[in-house]
Design a protein. Sequence first.
Length: 392
Amino acid sequence: MTFDTIILGAGAAGMMCAAHCGGRVLVIDHAKAPGEKIRISGGGRCNFTNMYAGPANFLSQNPHFCKSALARYTQWDFIDLVARHGIAWHEKTLGQLFCDDSSKQIVQMLLDEMTRAGTDLWLRTEVKALRKTEAGFALEVDREGARHSLTGRNLVLATGGKSIPKMGATGLAYDIAQQFNLRVTDTRAALVPFTFSDGRFKELSGVSLPARLSNDRTSFDEALLFTHRGLSGPSVLQLSSYWHEGEAIRVNLIPDLPLFDLLRDQRQAGGRKALTTELARHLPSRLVDHLSQHIPLKGNLADQSDAALNDLISALSEWQLTPSGTEGYRTAEVTLGGINTDDLSSKTMEARDVPGLYAIGEAVDVTGWLGGYNFQWAWSSGHAAGKAISAR
């Protein structure tokens, strides 16, 4: 069977690309349903983009690579598409946009766009062999117990990264890229919780609060969540993309709280009150109990000098921790690293030295922040490749 374009991966990037390729297009995926990562995202409501998405919200060995695709298909373009399909949405914190109803609406929208474009979709299909030909690419695939031979002028790698293997994630895109001599940068789990081997935070599991997490590269002010394994929450997931094994992180438990002034004022008004009691008015009581095992929190407020209060503020705002590691690809929202962007055209997503071969979405060494940015990269990169293919 012959197609103009064969797309490997029926995820966000692959479906967006299929809707814009033109010609006869086949999308292949080994999963039993398309868009599974879309379906589970955002608590089932899909954080489909971010109002503030821009190049500064993405990590890559080449920080300039994402600029062209993001500029050519913006978050506003995707919002317009959502509106045309009658999908109601709302904004949450920090520009994050979610469906009012269900993430399944986004999946159906993309399927409808593919249907409009005349795309064929083969699910539960596995690639068994792949080679380059003079006319394009030849594939051997297994589908419904039968072997099929396929040819296509263009081949798009949209199979994502290694994150969440229980959903079927593999390194297939990296293997194919290397088969055609495209380089792959080091990959690791990103947007992922930190773990601590000593289980020090088990007693705090479920406690959350606003915090500032930082290292020598960056900092994030968002919620922090203690878990039985370690630390999670938006601030942790964000920082994990900038963290390397063995490094310490800094936790500020009172980023926007004038705690020194509050404690000093209360010392005058109610000096007999225990320091821990007063702290529990501003921080979760279980956290205060935990901290009292590691820093001096004994005595009444009246016993605390200004110097002692300053030492306390420093301890709460400069808590140094060294994670043992992360939860890895098992729970990571994305994969950091991927197909080297130096081997791709930033305008078309086509491999520079392999005509007709494209790589998009999470398969590429472009990783966004938490909050809809990675979906926007999927839309933008998929659109860029689709439009480039349609113009060939």
